[in-house]
Design a binder for this molecule. Structure first.
Ligand code: 5GP
Ligand code: MN
Length: 339
C-alpha cells in the first residue's frame, strides 16, 4: 500500500468521485464499489458508482444500489459524470478493456485515478495503485485501506456487509482462495455487525425458478466431459438464451459444478451471447486458467478463475478450447519442467 499517503492527501479535500467496476459486475464488484462509496460519502465527498452493464438481482439489497448508473442503459449520464469527476476509482479490474466504451472516457479524463484491485498484471493507467493479487477480494482491500487510514469508525454494519459480500462471492462462500488473514478479517466484519444468515439468504437462497431449471438443463443436456484432459465444458447457444430468457447473472456459478467431479480439474462455460462468445474458466490447484484465458481468449483473471471472449461461432469457440486444452491441462510445475 505504498500509494496510501497519496490517496490520503487526495481525499483531504472534498472531491467529486466516480467509482467504476468491470462489465458483468459480480458480488465483489458491487460490494467493493458500494463499500467505498459509503466510506467516501461519510468522509464528505460526492460519489457516484457506474458499471458498464447491469448487475445481478441478488445484489439489489445493498444500500444505494438503486442509484448505480449503468452505462448500457444511460450512456449520456455516465459520460457526463466521468467528465466532471475530479477522482476516478477503478475497482476490481486492472485494464481499460474491462469497462468497454468507458475505457476511452477514463483514459482521456484529467481526473486523478486510483486503482484498487486483486488481478495479476495491472495496466499502468492510474496515478495511485493498490494492487494485491494475493488478496481474496477487492472488498478485502477496501477494508484494509479504511483500517490503514485509521477510519474503522466509518465501518457501520451496512458497509461491513458489502465488504463481506465481496469476500463471500469471490471465495465461493469461503471454499477457495482463502487465507488465515481473510478468515480473521471476516470474523472482524461479523464483530462489526454483519448478519451472516441474512447475507447468505440474500446472496445465495434467492434464485428465480428458471435459474435452477437452467442449471438442470446445463448439467443434463449441455455438459461434455473430456476425460483425457481431466476437463469438462458446458455450453449455451443463442437459442438456449432465448428459450430460458437468460439475463446477466442467470449463468453465475454454473461453471463451478463441473469442478464437483473428482475427474475434472479444468472447467469451462462457453456461452453465445448474441455474436460474442464468453468464456468462464475454473481450475483446481496448480493449473492456471489465467494463462489459458490470457494467451488464447483475450482475457485474464486469477489462476483458478478467469474469463475471456472471442468473436466466432459457438462451434469454433468450443473447438478452440479443445485444441488449446492439452497445453494447460496439467499442473503449472510439471508444465514448466516439460517445456
Ligand atoms: P467469471 O467467470 O466469473 O465471469 O470471471 C472470473 C474471473 O475472470 C473474474 O475475476 C473476472 O474478473 C475475470 N474475467 C472474466 N472475464 C474476463 C475478460 O473478458 N477479461 C479479463 N481480463 N478478465 C476476465
Ligand atoms: Mn474480485
Amino acid at each position: 500500500m505504498e500509494d496510501l499517503p497519496g490517496i490520503k492527501s487526495l481525499f483531504s479535500l472534498p472531491q467529486n468521485v466516480v467509482i467504476l467496476s468491470h462489465r458483468n459486475p459480480d458480488g465483489d464488484a458491487v460490494g467493493s464499489s458500494i463499500a467505498l462509496q459509503l466510506y467516501l460519502i461519510r468522509k464528505g465527498h460526492k460519489v457516484h458508482v457506474i458499471f458498464p452493464s447491469e448487475y445481478p438481482v441478488n445484489f439489489t439489497w445493498m444500500p444505494l444500489a438503486d442509484e448505480i448508473v449503468i452505462y448500457d442503459l444511460m450512456p449520456g449520464r455516465a459520460k457526463e459524470l466521468i467528465q466532471v469527476a475530479s477522482v476516478i476509482c477503478c475497482l476490481d479490474f486492472n485494464s481499460l478493456d474491462r469497462i468497454d466504451k468507458m475505457g476511452d472516457l477514463v483514459r482521456e479524463s484529467p481526473a486523478r485515478k486510483i486503482m484498487i484491485d486483486h488481478h495479476i498484471d495491472p495496466e499502468p493507467f492510474c496515478d495511485f495503485v493498490i494492487s494485491a493479487p494475493e488478496a481474496s477480494a477487492t472488498g478485502e482491500l477496501i477494508y484494509d485501506m479504511i483500517l490503514a487510514l485509521d477510519d474503522q469508525k466509518y465501518i457501520y454494519p451496512d458497509l461491513a456487509e458489502c465488504v463481506y459480500t465481496g469476500i463471500l462471492t469471490d471465495t465461493g462462500n469461503f471454499s477457495y482462495n482463502i487465507s488465515p488473514a481473510i478468515m480473521r478479517k471476516s470474523a472482524h466484519l461479523l464483530e462489526l455487525g454483519v448478519d451472516n444468515n441474512k447475507i447468505q439468504e440474500l446472496v445465495y437462497n434467492n434464485l428465480p425458478e428458471k435459474q435452477l431449471r437452467l442449471l438442470g438443463y446445463c448439467l443434463y443436456h449441455r455438459m461434455e466431459l473430456l476425460p483425457e484432459y481431466q476437463a469438462g465444458l458446458i455450453f449455451l447457444s443463442k437459442e438456449d438464451y432465448s428459450k430460458f430468457s437468460i439475463v446477466r447473472g442467470d449463468t453465475e456459478g454454473i461453471v463451478n459444478y463441473l469442478l464437483m467431479l473428482k475427474s475434472v480439474n479444468i472447467a469451462a462455460l462457453i456461452t453465445d451471447q448474441n455474436g460474442i462468445i464468453k468464456f468462464s474458466f475454473r481450475s483446481k490447484g496448480d493449473i492456471s486458467v489465467q494463462a489459458l484465458a490470457r494467451e488464447n481468449f483475450n482475457g485474464g483473471g486469477h489462476k483458478n478463475a478467469s474469463g475471456g471472449y472471442q468473436h466466432t461461432s459457438l462451434k469454433e469457440a468450443i473447438e478452440k478450447f479443445k485444441q488449446v486444452l492439452p497445453k494447460y491441462a496439467q499442473p503449472v510445475s510439471s508444465f514448466n519442467i516439460l517445456n
